[in-house]
Design a protein around this ligand. Structure first.
Ligand SMILES: *Cc1c(COP(=O)(O)O)cnc(C)c1O
Length: 236
């Protein structure tokens, strides 16, 4: 099959996801303009990402450092913002910082400190989200809510780190309603941290919701949804 059908499938899937985001916003009395769709590209070919860019997608996410760095380099001529959404080791920060527009997966104090230091050396600042494990089970990574609170309080010590909000990755479930309380928990935590945060911290974003549960996440206040499978399903 030719590129035309790839483009048609992607275009249809994007419209379907945007449509469901729009409907969820209507139900929740929210403005769809508040919700950014980050397309999670993982295993798709770079040519497919080019087609996404042709279709107007600007925000793309990768959960592996190697894929992020490689693709951001290869597609550097395209107007794409790359989000780091997976586990990041401190010794990879130097590779990721130059290409990532937002690191969504800051899950330890030591990682925050490393990002601040490297960003300082590169003469820039780094925008990040704190990854929180709200449910306290199953998820391998993520700060506890108290850990996130500690990190926010220490933020003034890191002049090159700009904390913009929270991210969470709920367990995989059959019924997305099961994870709604996790989204409510992340929103409540964001609100309570926002009330006590030092002025350096802008507790603005909630990155939550993937293919299984982005509708519930938007209803509960997501400002960023990270969707892969729903965009690439049915590709020839
Ligand atoms: C893969 C991934 C997603 C997207 O998952 P889909 O189910 O394909 O939509 C979102 N967030 C993270 C952190 C991921 O690793």
């Amino acid at each position: 099959m030719g590129d035309g059908s790839v483009r048609a499938v992607l275009s249809e899937n994007l419209a379907a996801v945007r449509g469901r985001v729009g409907e969820a916003c209507t139900r929740a009395g929210r403005d769809p303009g508040e919700v950014t769709l980050v397309v999670v590209t993982k295993t798709v070919e770079p040519e497919v990402i080019e087609t996404l860019a042709d279709l107007g997608v600007r925000e793309v996410g990768e959960n592996r450092v190697q894929a992020l760095v490689h693709r951001a380099g290869r597609l550097g001529h395209r107007d794409l913002n790359w989000h780091m959404i997976g586990h990041l080791q401190r010794n990879k920060v130097r590779k990721v910082l130059p290409v990532a527009s937002l690191i969504q997966s800051v899950e330890s104090l030591r990682l925050a400190r490393a990002i601040d230091r490297v960003a300082g050396e590169l003469g820039r600042s780094a925008e990040v989200l704190l990854e929180v494990n709200i449910s306290g089970e199953e998820a391998k990574f993520g700060l506890t809510p108290d850990g996130a609170r500690d990190l926010v309080q220490q933020a003034p010590e890191w002049p090159h780190l700009r904390i913009l909000g929270l991210m969470t990755m709920p367990p995989l479930v059959d019924d997305p309603e099961t994870v709604r309380p996790i989204f409510v928990g992340l929103r409540d935590l964001r609100d309570s941290l926002a009330a006590e945060a030092p002025p350096e911290v802008r507790m603005q974003h909630l990155s939550m919701g993937m293919t299984q549960d982005y509708v519930q996440a938007v209803e509960e206040g997501a400002t960023i949804v990270r969707v892969g499978t729903a965009i690439f399903g049915g590709l020839p």
